[in-house]
Ligand binder design. Sequence first.
Ligand code: A3P
Ligand code: MG
Ligand code: MG
Length: 379
Amino acid sequence: KREAGKIEVAEPRNKLPRPAPSLPIDPALYSGPFPFYRRPSELGCFSLDAQRQYHGDARALRYYSPPPTNGQSPNFDLRDGYPDRYQPRDEEVQERLDHLLRWLLEHRGQLEGESLSYPILWRMTWRGHLTKLLTTPYERQEGWQLAASRFRGTLYLSEVETPAARVQRLTRPPLLRELMYMGYKFEQYMCADKPGVSPDPSGEVNTNVAFCSVLRSRLGNHPLLFSGEVDCTDPQAPSTQPPTCYVELKTSKEMHSPGQWKSFYRHKLLKWWAQSFLPGVPNVVAGFRNPEGFVCSLKTFPTMEMFEYVRNDRDGWNPSVCMNFCAAFLSFAQNTVVQDDPRLVYLFSWEPGGPVTVSEHRDAPHAFLPPWYVEAVTQ
Ligand code: A3P
Ligand code: MG
Ligand code: MG
């Protein structure tokens, strides 16, 4: 019998090759009680500017500024400015963990100050990578690959674009490109550069710009340090303390039938929940767009209430399954990546329908801890 989170170790039988360790993903294996998850706290932040340059401050943070609630519904044209006022980020550039590593180097003292005698052995990564882990037990379309290295006790996890994802990106149909733009355009209608002022949707949409929060948490016995992009902060939020003042913005197709809502709760809400639950972002504000690309209604979904929409749905998702699977994956990775060597990479691969498998690599192209980081930490 296979047990979640345990590596299969071969009995030393008659010269049988040791089966490669793998991790099953069946939801039924992970349906136990909700695991411990420390309330996420913000350790710091950084910004990326219009040229994708790093700044160790909150200059790219925007302020939530919804339209006045005077009985009128919004009328945001999400296609306005496409493609002439659109500066998309160059997706060929693989940034891996680089921005987060730069933040870490610049705040090393702060982290070591936590406890010198018992240093915390972090699992470090992007929030988006953890989101993919959370939704894996329910994912039926897109696989993933995560590269992992251990260096000075810390486990680093960095996503690798799968060949299939690369093909999809390079052959992305024009309508899908425009849909991507529309998600960012919605942010421009809902956010201002300063608190208390109205949004200005006349400018360019530049997706190089990002504000990233760096957070710490713990899942079971796994101390987590991760960074995630944050859409905006609400100056009117009951608590001004990050991450509880942050707001996640989303767009979705307008729905007309109960069947459409049900499918939205089963699929989209799972992704929204996973993305915002991890960093402790309390609210997701959705803009529903009509077929012409106009947002005519808004709805706030409190992250902690999302599960209620599928609690009684046999084909719904379960937060415990998501979190237990993530914890099991982290244990699996923790037990696999034993050697402390920044040039050694374990590539965890998953395709829908199968288990998570592992392969071992050295140096290029998979090694992802840059020399400037390794050298600075080694000194
Ligand atoms: P929506 O959120 O309205 O889908 P995020 O919501 O995570 O802040 O991302 C902002 C926008 O980036 C998204 O808007 C979407 O347009 C685009 N985007 C993010 N992740 C994407 C993905 N995996 N594929 C396509 N577009 C994506
Ligand atoms: Mg965002
Ligand atoms: Mg968003």
